[in-house]
Structures are given as C-alpha cells and as structure tokens.
Design a protein around this ligand. Structure first.
Ligand code: CP
Ligand code: NVA
Length: 304
C-alpha cells in the first residue's frame, strides 16, 4: 500500500490530530454551507467512485451530495453491474478505477476486501462500512456529541447492545478522543477482541460488561445500534438483546441531560423505544446530517 496516499480506512490508523483537523474542517464547512448555501468548489474536476456491496441510504446520499457541494462528481457502482460480480479481482478493479477517478469509497463485508482495494489503488480509499468498523459514522457521531455537549474528552459514553462494527469504531474513538466508553453487550455478542486489545495498549478507558444499567449510570450519552446488522442472521439475537433495549428506564440511569445516539437505520420498539427515539434527548437527525459535513471533511483531507 502506498504510504503517501491519504486513505481513510479506520480511525485508529490515523493520528488523533488528523482526526481533529477533519472535524474542524467539517464544522467550518457546515457553517459555510449554512451561511452561503455553498462551501466553494475545492474539489472541482475530481471524481469519487462509490462501490456498494451492501445497501445504504445515508452513506450513499451524503457522500454524493457532499462531493457535489465541493464541486466534484460521483460514480455509484454495485458489484452486480460490474465485472467484479463476474470474477474480476478487487486488485484489478482497484487498478482500473484508479485510472478514472480520484478517490474510491467502498462499503463491503470483509475488511480484507477494503485492505486489498487500498493495497492496489493508486488513489485514496475510504471505508464506507465493513463488518468490522464504520469510521465515517464515528466522525459524524463525535461531531454531533461535541455540538450538543462540548468537548467529548473525559465524557462518559455508554453503549448498550450488539458489540458490532459501530461499537468497534466507538472503541477506537474512546482511545483517540480521550473519553470513557462503557459497553454493555450480551456475553455472546461481545465487541471485537482486536479493538479491545488496541484500546488496552493505548491506555483507553474502555470497559465491557453485560449490565446496561451499570454502564449507563451517570453517563453523558447512551448509544445503541440495530440488533441485526447487514449480513447477520437474526437467529436468537432479539431474545439475547432484549435486555439491552434503550428505554426510558435505561435513560433515567444516565445524567438528566444525557443524549441518545444511533447511527440509523433504527428499529423502533427493538433496540430503542419510540419514546426515547423521538424524545428531546435524541440527537439522531443531527447525527444523520453530520454524515454530510464530516465526510466533506474526510474528502477534503484525502484529496488536498
Ligand atoms: N448509518 C449509515 O451508515 O446508514 P446507511 O446504511 O443508510 O448508509
Ligand atoms: N451495524 C449496522 C450499521 C448500519 C449503518 C450494520 O452493519 O448493518
């Protein structure tokens, strides 16, 4: 993999000050857009290729609109409509796409596919979600937390639910942005041991347990995600995860002014009750909006 390329593969592969710079740029772009209706055209003449092996609403639309607002263009691809779906390798696809476009975003299952793309691409590659992590989402989440509550450093964030890809990105964020993360997950749906080992090495304040109320006690923010991620079999997940539902009782264990976060899409009545999801404490629509601004920050970092 070329080390001179600015890939955005996972936040724990980047220095904290780079991430902070991207967030500062995202906040500036958000204000500029609100004031002027346009944030200039710094990516005029540049093209983003987006390759989706899994469905998407937010990632797809926010990257497309963000690239266009920065003056660039977008090509949206799916394996079914490409030779990739007929056996052309990821490596060859990477080499070919790099001759046409300036940056590639991939949403896929295995992180190995993303790494292979990045190894063979000669343009920056962005992780638009894998089974293992969701780094673009966490950038929007940190931005949203800080807009509402101020610096996230030393805050307490509680995760209640599946120890999934989004949970991994929260673990990485705890190590990089210096907040305490308490994860409550069923014993058989624990977070990535690799991410936890990284957090331990980093001296991050990350704990894992199976009691959502203990995790939520005095927290500044409660986060959850769907019980069945893309590619998961439902199996007995609903039964295992029912005690981890974010409801009014769990929210009442947190600080009175705690916020509720969810990357979306949500399943009201499953991982979160309607009353919490639609409450004033819920910041989910800001989170969704901030995907746009945070990713414009990522695109600018990758390409300039
Ligand atoms: N949060 C998120 O990544 O949403 P999409 O799956 O709709 O892109
Ligand atoms: N954990 C979810 C996130 C969706 C944005 C999934 O992977 O389906």
């Amino acid at each position: 993999m070329s080390t001179s390329l600015k890939h955005f593969l996972d936040i724990h592969l980047l220095p904290a000050d780079t991430l902070r710079g991207i967030l500062t740029s995202a906040a500036r772009l958000k204000t500029a857009q609100a004031k002027l209706g346009s944030s200039g055209q710094p990516l005029a003449g540049k093209t983003l290729a987006m390759l989706f092996e899994k469905p998407s609403t937010r990632t797809r639309v926010s990257f497309q609109v963000g690239m266009q607002q920065l003056g660039g263009q977008v090509v949206v691809l799916s394996p079914d409509s490409m030779q990739l779906g007929r056996g052309e390798t990821i490596a060859d696809t990477a080499r070919v796409l790099s001759r046409y476009v300036d940056v590639i975003m991939l949403r896929t299952s295995g992180a190995d596919k993303l790494e292979e793309l990045a190894r063979h691409a000669t343009v920056p590659v962005i992780n638009g979600l894998t089974d293992e992590s969701h780094p673009c989402q966490i950038m929007a989440d940190i931005m949203t937390y800080e807009e509402r509550k101020g610096p996230i450093k030393d805050a307490v964030v509680a995760w209640s639910g599946d120890g999934n890809n989004v949970a991994t990105s929260w673990i990485h964020a705890a190590g990089l942005f210096g907040f305490e993360l308490r994860l409550a997950c069923p014993a058989s749906l624990q977070p990535s041991s690799k991410a936890l080992a990284w957090a331990r090495d980093k001296g991050a304040r990350v704990s894992v347990g199976t009691d959502p109320v203990a995790a939520a006690r005095g927290a500044d923010c409660i986060v959850t995600d769907t019980w069945v991620s893309m590619g998961d079999a439902a199996g007995s997940r609903h039964e295992m995860l029912a005690p981890f539902q974010v409801n009014e009782s769990l929210m009442s264990a947190a600080k009175r002014d705690a916020i509720f976060m969810h990357c979306l899409p949500a399943h009201r009545g499953e991982e979160v009750t309607e009353s919490v999801f639609d409450s004033p404490q819920s910041v989910v629509w800001d989170e969704a909006e901030n995907r746009l601004h945070a990713q414009k920050g990522v695109l600018l970092w990758c390409l300039t």
